[in-house]
Design a protein around this ligand. Sequence first.
Ligand code: HDE
Length: 712
Amino acid sequence: MDTDHQQEAAIEEHSKGKQLEHFRAEHDGEKLTTNQGLRVSSTDDSLKAGNRGPTLMEDFHFREKLTHFDHERIPERVVHARGFGAHGYFQVYEPLTEFTKAKFLQDPAVKTPVFVRFSTVVGSRGSADTVRDVRGFATKFFTAEGNYDLVANNIPVFFIQDAIKFPDMVHSIKPEPHNEIPQASAAHDTFWDFVVSLPEITHMIMWLLSDRAIPRSFRMMEGFGVNTFRFVNARGKARFVKLHWKPMLGVHSLVWDEAQKLAGKDPDYHRRDLWDAINKGDYPEYELGVQILDEADEFKFDFDILDPTKFWPEELIPVKRIGKMTLNRNVDNFFAETEQVAFHPGHVVPGIDFTNDPLLQGRLFSYLDTQLIRLGGPNFHEIPINRPLAPVHNNQRDGYHRMTIDRGRVSYFPNSLQGNTPQPASDAEGGYVHYAEKVDGQKIRQRSDSFNDHYRQATLFWNSMSVAEKQHIIDAFHFEVGGVMDKQIKQRVVDMFNNVDGQLAVQIAGGIGATPPANPGGTGVTATSPAVSQENTIKEARTRKVAILMENGFNFPEVTQVMEALKGTGVHAEIISKNQGLLTSVDGRQLEVNKNYFSAGSIMYDAVYVTGGRQCVDTLLTHGDALHFVNEAFKHAKAIGATNEGVDLLAASQIRGAALATTETFAELVNEMGVVTIRNAADMGYFSQKFIEAIAQHRHWIRQNQKDMVPA
Ligand code: HDE
């Protein structure tokens, strides 16, 4: 068939309403075209009347190109504007039939596709990744029964109890409206003015000022559904449920100094980490956990289970791990996928239902509403990233950006012209039937008294923190409230947190120039919840990053033995040197430098290793950047390793308190405070093993006092 005939055939198909995809594929010469498919002869010069003359109106290519560009931006999300997404799949471990009829939670053989978007809350789209903030952790499950969205955060509680206060809360924490300062930060007057005026926010502030709000990686964060949902099984029996994501690599954080420096040196730190990990095959994995509560136990606890400023302590209600999510594919296009994805806690499937949690009820309105302005109309479900795998049939029609070509003349129900289709489905056919909870009440703008205890769980959280975690919270108060100008607000912060713990209030006051409480207070709660402390998390070295400081004249076998051992444990190493290019060892062999000191800093790595070789170390000793690298890694409590002459660099640095191998020690390993050294050794096996163990610890808080004395 010649081209004319093919085209005729294709046009005929088109008139029958069929797609022209095969025609397009056959005729695609991959040449530059207009949006109408017209090949363009030049895109460097606009059409002009004479080569120094004015541009002509008839230059449709110029006008189309500029017009499209002028309209490229859509409004960023009002909260959670900065995010990063990835694809993957979810598999349940065993049928959850007893608790829910949700199909995607029945068959361990089924891999349900997912799309996850991680985010910060307050900052604009171009803000830094490592700011102190809650992280969003939203997952879209493309199930056979329609899309299910688990729109979670990395902190299990929330700022407010009723969604009607959400605009106030967000206005207070966003940059102040008169001067748009500060970006992506809570350290300013309007936020703390709001805080001290709202006792229910107390518990959330404890979490926000804890290490949870500066994660090491999206791969090392928990996710919490926050709101209380319902699981409903096929017999109609309902139970309350809280949903959790548990990262297989444990929960780990940055330190504040590191987070601030990273915001300058690599504002894309978290998204780069996720992107690189997936590209390297280090697929992030999270287990889905559920806390399930019988309806009969609704009032059994000293907090209201519908109160979103409370978590359900795992000691009281254990987390059952029901399946695993693996993120194994990066996006092809950030805008099309990550920016246009639209989550909504109201996207549920049969077997998952709501409760009267007043925050959840309000969320059910807001998410759909916000997409209408953000994505420009009611057809955002047709954007490829949002399109369910389950077929869509209904009588909704038209609207901006409609993609579906609806056939026939029937767009109403009931009808007889189309056999009364599409028909609603019965319960047995998978139709969504809302849980028939009995509700009876008067119309009142009030809250239950059971929502009135704002301090006890804040004390429980404080009690559960390790010494280092407590210190970080106090430091965070000093930074955040230290940024407040109004003195009475500062004082009210001290008074507010005196309700949680007297000593906490005294220590807050000490750093912000406020008066300590006359009567140190507290709630009297002495219990702890070990699961909320990151001290008790999974600790392993896999996927961590080590910087190797090196110059010409290094010992080739020494460094390559260590590199092999790291690689064998799934730890990634990069060689850092003053200049990029090739380095030559004592015996003339070469290794390529990955980064120089302009592009790398200790803040981008989990550990540092200094290798031996007389000439190599003598050069390193003349580099302030190398000494700073070691000092800073020590200050940030990271594992540090050095072998043979490499130990000289540590000895010349300002690290304190950790004993180092001396020239007299023969192949004897010294391992103190996460500083692992050995001298006069040829076999790096034992050193590598101990160094990897130190990396797995993530941080060595035992250095608490010594590290603070290090200038870096
Ligand atoms: Fe959101 N939230 N939120 N939120 N939220 C949005 O929806 C809102 C809440 C969460 O990656 C918005 O599409 C109200 C709790 C995440 O696209 C908006 C309330 C939790 C994301 C909205 C809450 C979340 C959002 C803005 C009640 C943890 C990012 C853009 C006070 C369980 C999703 C959008 C993504 C996004 C409203 C509270 C998590 C305006 C009214 C609690 C992860 O609709």
